[in-house]
Unconditional design. Structure first.
Length: 302
């Protein structure tokens, strides 16, 4: 029997384990792939308070070591669902079941990918999915932002403060994001709209050197030379197996309040998988702390 069962071994999940263990609770982190989450693929993290610079893999390793040294248990398991058993929660996996007094879902998200050949290979070597995380590394250089929603527009505005030139590439002839933000970008001398264009290929072997685009109206291919490509075409929450257990919003994110409580008593959501405005490393860690303390409070009232 565990006090807190944590689904997901990213920053939110591991932080929850740390806070749970420090509160004297027995915790377990269930992760179906590798511990660390998305931040592992980030070469350099420079926006975490108190740490001037650290690689994503080192940050994740330190976090996991801290949780384990405090007594947190870990298991590599594919979670297939959660069910209630009286006051207890049963986390179901493909291999076994884990009875818990409370559950924290920290399943995270995956970025929607472009689907071109070199995308995975060059992630972290010019391809990024987080402008606020990596934008400063491209100071004075030319970059492309791919997408047409508010995230892409906000990324382009952010990058225009650092970069020499920002190409905003969208597959339609007008943006889906807020018109007011489009007007702001039109006034930026270093932002250029590239509309009705799709990404056909990434140029470069070890680092991004450019993007091969296709003009949807003429059918012609053309290339823009950039050092960075920021992909902002959406995120996919990893919450499908919980859709019948806790309430999700229309995009598939778990509905949870600022105290990380879900629609199911004793079940909390932390990190990128829940409804929220800002998804950053700091907010994932904050969610993990809040969810763990809320779980401890729930246990005290059982």
């Amino acid at each position: 029997m565990y006090d807190i069962g944590i689904i997901g071994g990213g920053t939110a999940g591991m932080t929850a384990a740390i806070y749970g263990q420090r509160a004297g609770k027995r915790t377990i982190i269930l992760e179906n792939m590798s511990f660390g989450g998305q931040i592992v693929s980030t070469h350099n993290v420079e926006n975490y308070p108190g740490i001037a610079s650290v690689s994503g893999s080192e940050f994740s390793t330190n976090l996991l070591d801290q949780a384990v040294n405090l007594g947190a248990e870990t298991a590599v398991e594919q979670v297939t669902g959660i069910r209630d058993d009286g006051e207890m929660k049963i986390i179901e996996t493909s291999g076994k079941e884990y009875p818990c007094k409370t559950v924290i879902i920290a399943s995270g998200v995956t970025h929607r990918h472009l689907g071109v050949e070199k995308e995975i290979k060059l992630t972290g070597s010019g391809i990024s999915y987080c402008a606020t995380c990596d934008g400063a590394f491209f100071r004075g250089r030319d970059v492309a932002v791919i997408g047409g929603g508010n995230t892409a527009l906000e990324d382009a505005e952010f990058l225009s403060n650092y970069c020499n030139k920002v190409y905003l590439v969208h597959r339609r002839d007008e943006f889906r994001g807020d018109a007011s933000m489009v007007e702001v970008l039109k006034k930026r001398d270093n932002v250029e709209f590239v509309l009705s264009a799709t990404v056909k290929d990434i140029i470069g072997e070890t680092m991004v050197e450019g993007v091969l685009l296709n003009n949807k109206k003429t059918g012609e291919d053309f290339q823009i030379n950039v050092a960075g490509v920021f992909v902002a075409i959406g995120q996919i929450p990893q919450n499908q197996v919980f859709s019948d257990y806790v309430k999700l919003d229309s995009a598939g994110f778990i509905l949870a309040s600022e105290d990380c409580m879900t629609s199911r008593p004793g079940v909390f959501a932390a990190g990128d998988c829940r409804t929220k405005e800002v998804r950053q490393l700091t907010t994932a860690a904050a969610d993990g702390a809040v969810a763990a303390l809320a779980a401890c409070k729930y246990i005290a009232g059982m």
